[in-house]
Write a protein that binds this ligand. Structure first.
Ligand SMILES: NC(=O)c1ccc[n+]([C@@H]2O[C@H](COP(=O)([O-])OP(=O)(O)OC[C@H]3O[C@@H](n4cnc5c(N)ncnc54)[C@H](O)[C@@H]3O)[C@@H](O)[C@H]2O)c1
Ligand SMILES: [Zn+2]
Length: 571
């Protein structure tokens, strides 16, 4: 049965208006006895809710939002009644907004009544269909335990094992499936915006880890939002500068999660930029080995890249992102209204990650960036001094959406980095080795890497000279760096190359534009001599640009941050 037919059937079978006329407890009792409820749960239990064909069905009817809810309904019996009704309401949006609103009213009432807000399993066990539900449960314990006893509704794992006759040789295969929902949505903290509420209301609490600069600007908004929706907020502020990407800070977050008793099926909320996304996401990966989290992205980099990324991490031994775990958020929200309070230097450095995707994945991004030019920085992506709906506003939204799409397309096909054909690592091959030592902001280090890698591509005849120059032009158009003198230290570069080759499983696999800008190829072999000489050749192009290729405020210290080169050297 298609999702739409299932929703239609459910709507016809159960009159929600009638239920709303009853006291909450009676309404839930009444619902528990409906055969349509059993049919709905039974039908979804049988499905592979992570199947691509199923996802396409939601895409075809333009209801991707309901897919997130549909997937969670697979664990219906283990959800609290409030959460079940909440997800049900989201799912029913495939047929009717009005129907969805009514079910969410019932969800709200249930959530407020502790006595009624029990696990669905317990509720149906007290109803007239208890035997049917009991046998469904029994059946699924062996058939698919995710239906009955899931650890959380956000992921599943499967596998199989074979062995020889005397069990001395055993071979196992393990697969794991997670899903992430990405929303580009402005004003997430506006009281009327239901997104965060729909995640946290069923738990009646939210553990929020908040970047200290975000706290300065948005504390009242964040606290006001949760207070209004009657959700208890555990609000914890963390300084998250580049120098704070230390394993000690991951540990500090772990201690907080322990103290607050975070549970494995309750998403924590991370509100901040790329640094907090990395370290708090890493803590979530470590806590209980896997705790779900929601990213509310407040910077350009987290909004289009680090936020939905599964690569959580901290720095280690003076090297960027040395420790880490693959752990994607269950939900990532890109809300550009946060950008209005970002320092210009942060906006500029965020644009590097967009140029990255334009350079090797989607040329349209470069076209759009050239079209809007430095206005992108001056207006903080159309959030200040810009009329709503103006050309700048619309183009900025397009840039964000397209950057996000191309990033996610590249990343999610290779979630665990099981191979190294990763276009989105453009500019990130040598730069991790010199970013900390140079004291540069991440985006400047990456754009230096992109410029140099563009040169390597041109040198190999993979792109035309005018394309290489176009790349340098776009980077410098936004005041980003194409040069830093650290490039003259061949030892640092060579050591970065060796470390990266090690990290990438024995292959350098440096992504660069190939064929044309917007398409990707990989450089795997480059000798010490070639590296050294290429840098000298590349420098000749850089010196023709303003400030000899050095960008505007390229260093962390230029934008008021501690210098990571000092901390990096010390750790
Ligand atoms: N995991 C990944 O896949 C991935 C991808 C890209 C980048 N990264 C990492 O992300 C980091 C860079 O991210 P970033 O640019 O978001 O840096 P960031 O988190 O340091 O944020 C930039 C600065 O802006 C402040 N800030 C954030 N939002 C704000 C707001 N709305 N208003 C005012 N101030 C605000 C922060 O406190 C910080 O000082 C790097 O460490 C990089 O390695 C990770
Ligand atoms: Zn990056």
């Amino acid at each position: 049965m298609s999702p739409t037919s299932l929703a239609q059937f459910f709507k016809c079978a159960i009159n929600i208006s009638d239920l709303l006329n009853l006291p909450t407890e009676t309404a839930v009792k009444e619902l528990s006895g409906k055969t349509a409820l059993y049919c709905l749960i039974d039908t979804i239990s049988q499905l592979n809710v992570y199947d691509e064909a199923l996802a396409s069905e939601f895409e075809k009817i333009n209801s991707v939002r309901s897919l997130y809810a549909y997937r969670q309904l697979k664990s219906a019996l283990s959800l609290s009644c409030g959460k079940f009704l909440n997800e049900l309401s989201q799912f029913l949006k495939v047929i009717s907004e009005e129907e969805a609103v009514q079910w969410s009213l019932l969800a709200d009432r249930v959530i407020l009544e502790n006595k009624v807000n029990k696990q669905m399993r317990l509720i149906v066990a007290e109803g007239p269909l208890s035997d049917k539900f009991k046998s469904l449960e029994e059946n699924y314990i062996s058939k698919d335990a995710h239906v009955v006893y899931p650890t959380s509704p956000y992921r599943i794992s499967q596998g199989h094992v074979v062995s020889n006759e005397d069990y001395t040789d055993i071979d196992g295969v393990i697969t794991s499936t997670v899903s992430t929902s990405i929303r580009v949505q402005n004003n997430a903290l506006c009281i009327a915006n239901p997104l965060l509420r729909s995640v946290y209301a069923p738990y009646r609490r939210c553990i929020a880890l908040v970047d200290s600069n975000v706290d300065l600007h948005y504390k009242e908004d964040i606290q006001g939002y949760f207070e209004h929706h009657n959700i208890k907020l555990h609000y914890r502020v963390h300084r998250a500068m580049e120098v704070d990407k230390h394993i000690n800070n991951v540990e500090k977050i772990l201690a907080e999660l322990k103290l607050l008793g975070a549970s494995r099926d309750e998403p924590i909320l991370i509100i901040g930029g790329g640094v907090l996304a990395d370290i708090a996401g890493f803590a979530a990966a470590l806590y209980h080995r896997n705790t779900p989290y929601v990213m509310l992205n407040t910077s350009v980099v987290s909004g289009i890249d680090a936020g939905p990324s599964p690569r959580t991490c901290s720095d280690g031994y003076g090297y960027k992102n040395l420790f880490g775990a693959y752990h994607a958020p269950i939900l990532s929200i890109t809300d550009k209204t946060f950008f209005k309070t970002l320092h210009k230097g942060w906006i500029r450095h965020g644009i590097a990650e967009i140029i990255k995707m334009g350079g090797v994945k989607d040329i349209k991004l470069l076209d759009l960036l050239e079209e809007v030019g430095p206005t992108l920085v001056d207006t903080a992506f159309g959030t200040v001094n810009t009329d709503k709906g103006s050309d700048v506003d619309v183009t900025c939204d397009k840039i964000l959406g397209l950057a996000l799409k191309s990033y996610v397309e590249s990343e999610y096909d290779n979630l665990y980095e099981t191979h190294q054909c990763r276009p989105h690592a453009f500019g990130h091959t040598w730069s991790p080795g010199f970013e900390i030592a140079s004291g540069m902001l991440h985006g400047h280090a990456v754009s230096v890497g992109m410029g140099f890698n563009g040169y390597l591509s041109y040198q190999r005849g993979w792109i035309e000279k005018h394309e290489f120059l176009r790349l340098l032009d776009v980077i410098t158009l936004f005041g980003l760096s194409i040069w830093h003198d650290i490039l003259l230290d061949t030892e640092i570069l060579w050591s970065a190359q060796l470390k990266m080759t090690e990290k990438r499983g024995g292959n350098l696999a440096a992504p660069v534009p190939k064929g044309a800008l917007g398409s990707c190829g990989y450089i795997n072999d480059i000798s010490y001599e070639e590296l050294k000489n290429s840098i000298l050749d590349y420098k000749q192009f850089c010196i023709l640009y303003p400030r000899k290729g050095v960008g505007i405020e390229p260093l962390c210290s230029d934008v008021g941050l501690e210098d990571p080169s000092v901390i990096g050297a010390a750790s």
